[in-house]
Design a protein around this ligand. Structure first.
Ligand SMILES: [Zn+2]
Length: 91
């Protein structure tokens, strides 16, 4: 077997077009990821902010300075609480 049918686009493609063990082709996976990213842009941004908030002691002085300059970028506790609700199932 050197080719299989993609479960997403239903085209018969060579195994090289698939990542190991996947049933959708690389092109379809890339499209799905792109879609997911744009649909979850806010969540990704929130998670990035949480990371830097939680790790604020480990961020460099350079980043900290930048944060102080850009007050609006500082992550508030309210936003953090909302994020915890989002990431915690059955919260
Ligand atoms: Zn496909």
């Amino acid at each position: 077997m050197t080719s299989k049918i993609c479960i997403k686009c239903a085209l018969t493609k060579h195994l090289d077009e698939y990542r190991k063990g996947r049933n959708s082709c690389k092109a379809c996976e890339a499209a799905t990821l792109k879609e997911w990213r744009s649909a979850n842009k806010e969540k990704m941004e929130a998670s990035r902010k949480v990371w830097s908030y939680v790790n604020k002691d480990s961020v460099t002085d350079h980043v900290r300075e930048k944060k102080i300059v850009n007050e609006s970028a500082i992550f508030s506790m309210v936003e953090y609480a909302n994020f915890v609700v989002w990431i915690t199932p059955n919260f």
